[in-house]
Ligand binder design. Sequence first.
Ligand code: GLC
Length: 442
Amino acid sequence: MTRKSILLVLFCAVTLYSSAQPKIDPKTIADKMKWFADAKLGIFIHAGIYSVNGIDESWSFHNKKISYADYMKQLKGFTLSKYDPAAWADLIKESGARYAVITTKHHDGVAMYDTKQGNLSIVKATPANRDMVKPLFEELRKRDIKCGAYFSLIDWSHRNYPGFLKDSSRYSLQNDYDRWDSFKMYFQGQITEINNMFKPDLWWFDGDWEHSAEEWQAEKIRHIILSKNPNAIINGRLQGYGDYTTPEQNFPVTRPPFNWWELCMTINDNWGYQQADQNWKTPNEIITIFVDAVANGGNLLLDIGPKEDGTIPDQEVNVLKELGAWNKVHSEAIFNTVAGIPAGHFYGPTTLSKDSTTLYLFISGKTSGQVMLKGLDNKIEDITVVGTDKKLTHKVVGKISWSPVPGLVYVDLPEGMQDKYMTVLKLKLNGPVKLYRGQGGL
Ligand code: GLC
């Protein structure tokens, strides 16, 4: 073989190899994230056998509040006897949510779908004897709601998973890589089957903290998903291989410096159904938390914990309906907007239309009187109360004609115009928002 022909063979081999490689991320990340950025609201569903006794999802045996054997007895009580995926999807739609994320497997290892990797699923091991995920995704998709799969990387039931109880391990990974390899086959097999069967629009991994990116093979997991579903969005709990950040329960005090983030939050104080937990957030609390997330450029992933029979607790249904009714009226100020103006200009959350010529101010439902705005360097063309045709008057004070300081805006909000939760004022500006952040001539 001449040198030239060797090079030719090499060239062909490389070309063939690279064209055989699945194309990953054909679109830019920003393109892929577009629906997510506009979605603002998702519903998180923690469904699992822990709802039978109403105890902590998976953590109850991990933390030795209950023995593993007793925890697993709950399998016998999980019936889904009243599960109505169409009604769930209707409720989710009614809330205004644009996506939903359901647990396909929590840390307890119980698959909520018909896994072919072993027998620990609600299909094979509970009286429910059915797959929860498949019919829900079908109903959600009929209603144009994006479908997310929560998947726990941790699997405290699998005999080849190293950690099991809080302070004991089945084995140490360093001493038994073969065993870890067989666990990897198992959980990556589940990811592959979920990816093929359900084609999730979004993957919501959890539990990545127990191992490193190399140990989980996070890059490979991303590849498995995107080679089949190139547009799938992956949350940030994949040891650096996800697309967005997921602060949990804790509302960020300052605006998170990320392009995409999502606050996941319970309606009471637990992810799963717990009869004893009656510390429900009110619709007002949920709406203000939601608005705060959106005003800071994030989404809210609001959790519900259904009961073992597949019904959703009344308090959660009520919150979703009230939130939905509020969203319906105020939809233009929430969906398809972007984060509002920086803190300091207004005592409350704000959002902006994408062209930033409309500014929305969110005000507690109880407020009336003068509402003040600082440093707005635009002319206001028009102010209305969102959801009504009521126009409001305003005045600008402290504007000296030759000074760059724009003065203070006072909007008059009379009584009787307030929403019972949050009132939204719509300020139509004379152009893209311009803010004065100077020192006033100093
Ligand atoms: C956690 C917990 C888990 C819960 C999840 C929801 O990391 O381990 O129980 O499902 O957060 O965000």
